[in-house]
Design a protein around this ligand. Structure first.
Ligand code: AMP
Length: 182
């Protein structure tokens, strides 16, 4: 189903566990392991993503480490296309392109293989489990454009709307979030 009903969205949200004060005090961590281990929820979510993206004529899905790998690889396999990991610095073995981004305190850096998309001009979808401030996704979007130019859309299972990550990411690409938390 290309569009989820409000009831289906409520069901998916009910399978995501809130873990207060993880990884540090004041953060409510959205734990998607309880969605993944619920076969009905995981299948509903993947059916929805497959129905939405099968019409996009995509060439690759790029997933952000590490929960973006789970949804991204499953979707790529369903669509019969390739999967590309966007990883934390120092994890990818071949020649990489990297991008630094700011965190609450300090900086982090992510990387992609220089030849990840087997040439340029490919139709790429970026995916992660969650967008918060948008810093990670913005850096990933910049990386994809560095090595490929085209980024069709960025997809998130959960959007923490109150952190306004969309503002940061929207100059770089279109955004789709399955579930929104106001
Ligand atoms: P940001 O760069 O602020 O948009 O943070 C997004 C990244 O951090 C994603 O890879 C998320 O998996 C993770 N993240 C940030 N906040 C949360 C949260 N409240 N619950 C779960 N994951 C989070």
């Amino acid at each position: 189903m290309k569009t989820l009903t409000p009831e289906q969205k409520r069901f998916l949200l009910s399978t995501i566990r809130d873990v207060p004060d993880f990884p540090k005090p004041g953060i409510i961590f959205k734990d998607i392991t309880t969605l993944l281990n619920n076969a009905e929820a995981f299948t509903l979510l993947m059916d929805h993503l497959e129905a939405r993206y099968k019409e996009y004529d995509l060439d690759f899905i790029a997933g952000i480490e590490s929960r973006g790998f789970i949804f991204g690889a499953a979707l790529a396999s369903r669509l019969g296309i390739g999967f590309v990991p966007v990883r934390k610095k120092g994890k990818l073995p071949y020649t990489t392109v990297s991008e630094k981004y700011s965190l609450e305190y300090g900086f982090d850096e992510i990387e992609i293989h220089i030849d990840a998309f087997r040439g340029s001009g490919k139709r790429v979808l970026l995916i992660d489990d969650l967008i918060a401030t948008g810093g990670t996704a913005e850096a990933a979007a910049k990386l994809i454009k560095k090595v490929n130019e085209e980024l069709v859309e960025a997809c998130f299972i959960i959007n923490l709307k109150f952190l306004e990550g969309e503002k940061r990411l929207s100059p770089h690409t279109k955004i789709y979030s399955v579930l929104e938390i106001a």
